[in-house]
Design a protein around this ligand. Structure first.
Ligand code: NAP
Ligand code: HSE
Length: 425
């Protein structure tokens, strides 16, 4: 029997789930893998806080050295969250010859090059399956199973909190802030939920995922980010009426040396596979030149789904003879040969409030036409209020810059732009 002694950095939602999963899994580990995994020390901020798992009080510590300097501990598992001090603690653990397993997408996205360099220098492992899409094995899939592919694009619902919120708003027309409170209560949201709703959580994950997919470091700073805080129930209802479902989508495309990476609310036709992915489920839809299209779907957040990925990494790290690292140049900046596209092509949903007078529609059509933006559909929603009427347009494909230029030309005396949401096929 191989005895593996591990230490935790953090013991909140995810740490509590990992404790519970390990506790209930010892028989299988012994029987199946001839392995025993014991948690020796657990770093927390407050040792007196009530916990969701039955971690014994004597294992808790507020001194990180008790975990990373303990010679018996061979694997340090991090689920504290945030860039610091988590990154420095993980680097210290790696330099002390310990393999690190982490669920922390912020630390990996921003400091991956430092973490990987420390791991390689000291001949230990760095595992981060749980940092992207909770239980879905997307990291392992990209790192191993899809290695024979040139990935052309991937698009995904990679934040459980926002998908939970948008699904409830779509299904029940509920209010945004009330649903966010439920997402927090269910342990889906980040310690600071602004990261979820402002799109940063998805952008960190997209930076990691697209780097692996494209075999090149895609820095977080290159990801265009727009969250769901300005999405209204009215937009969702209008989209629904026109056959669209609103999702916070993470999109990455590669065309030669040109890469496009963006996170923003997106309308999808109801028939799109990603449109059916609801609640805290995540999904990644991708296309490789050999595998063609595929979709991976599963729980993207929550204590036990995330623990599933963390414990999978712990077991793998415990039995691995060699630790494998991505082979692309893991540098802080992107390779100089790459360019990052900020003038992508999309269709657009535009909702305006227009003065209810003859000739107004012609003016609006003219502003679109001047920038070569062509209208595919138009709908009037609701009735005249304070002399203005709500109008919704869906455009044909146009470039982002043309669209922004068209909207900038709209005269507020005639109409105001209430929302602009990208539409994917
Ligand atoms: P959480 O519930 O807030 O837990 C954080 C834990 O870390 C707590 O136990 C806290 O101690 C401890 N901690 C934080 N800062 C510390 C510090 N400076 N020193 C010592 N201990 C510290 O957060 P979570 O939801 O479990 O998320 C943890 C990580 O997992 C994050 O990186 C998150 O992005 C990632 N993740 C979360 C999910 C999810 O569904 N929640 C899914 C995938 C990945 P106290 O308990 O004493 O406060
Ligand atoms: N807050 C994150 C989410 C947790 O909602 O997806 C999983 O990374």
């Amino acid at each position: 029997m191989k005895d593996v002694v591990i230490g935790f950095l953090g013991c909140g939602n995810v740490g509590g789930g990992v404790w519970k999963l390990l506790e209930g899994f010892q028989k299988e580990l012994a029987h199946r893998d001839n392995l025993s995994i014991r948690v020796k020390r657990v770093l927390v901020r407050d040792v007196n806080k009530a916990r969701t798992c039955a971690v014994p009080r004597e294992l808790l510590t507020t001194d990180v050295n008790d975990v990373i300097n303990d010679p018996e501990i061979s694997i340090v598992v991090e689920f504290m969250g945030g860039e610091q001090p988590a990154t420095e603690y993980m680097i210290r653990a790696l330099r002390a010859g310990k393999t690190v397993v982490t669920a922390n997408k912020v630390a990996v996205a921003l400091n991956w090059h430092r973490l990987q360099a420390a791991a390689q220098e000291h001949g230990v492992g760095l595992y981060y399956e749980a940092s992207v899409c909770g239980a879905i094995p997307i990291i392992d899939t990209l790192n191993h199973s899809l290695q024979a592919n040139r990935i052309q694009y991937l698009m995904g619902i990679i934040n459980g909190t926002t998908n939970y919120i948008l699904s409830r708003m779509y299904e029940k027309g509920e209010d945004y802030s009330a649903v966010l409170e439920d997402a927090k209560r269910l342990g889906l949201a980040e310690p600071n939920p602004a990261s979820d709703v402002e799109g940063y959580d998805a952008a960190y994950k997209l930076s990691i995922m697209s780097s692996l997919a494209f075999h090149a470091r895609v820095p977080f700073s290159k990801v265009y980010v727009e969250g769901i805080t300005r999405v209204t129930a009215m937009d969702i209802a209008c989209g629904k009426e026109m056959g669209y479902v609103l999702k916070l989508l993470a999109i990455a495309k590669r065309d030669g040396d040109n890469i496009e990476v963006r996170v923003h609310p997106t309308f999808l036709p109801g028939s799109h596979p990603l449109a059916q992915v609801n609640g805290s489920f995540n999904a990644v839809y991708l296309k490789g030149h050999a595998c063609q299209e595929m979709m991976l779907q599963g729980r993207g957040a929550g204590d036990m789904p995330t623990a599933s990925a963390v414990v999978g990494d712990i077991i793998h790290a415990s039995v691995a003879d060699v630790h494998v690292h991505p082979t692309f140049a893991n540098t802080p900046d992107a390779d100089a040969i790459l360019t990052f596209e900020d003038n992508w092509t999309s269709r657009y949903f535009v909702r305006i409030s227009a003065v209810d007078k003859p000739g107004v529609l012609a003016k609006v059509a003219g502003w679109f036409a001047k920038e070569n933006v062509s209208i595919a559909t138009m709908m009037q929603k609701g009735s005249v209020e304070e002399g203005r009427v709500p109008l919704i347009f869906i455009t044909h494909e146009a470039s982002e810059k043309a669209m922004q230029a068209a909207l900038a030309a709209f005269d507020p005396q005639i109409c105001t732009v209430d929302s602009m949401i990208r539409v994917e096929k």
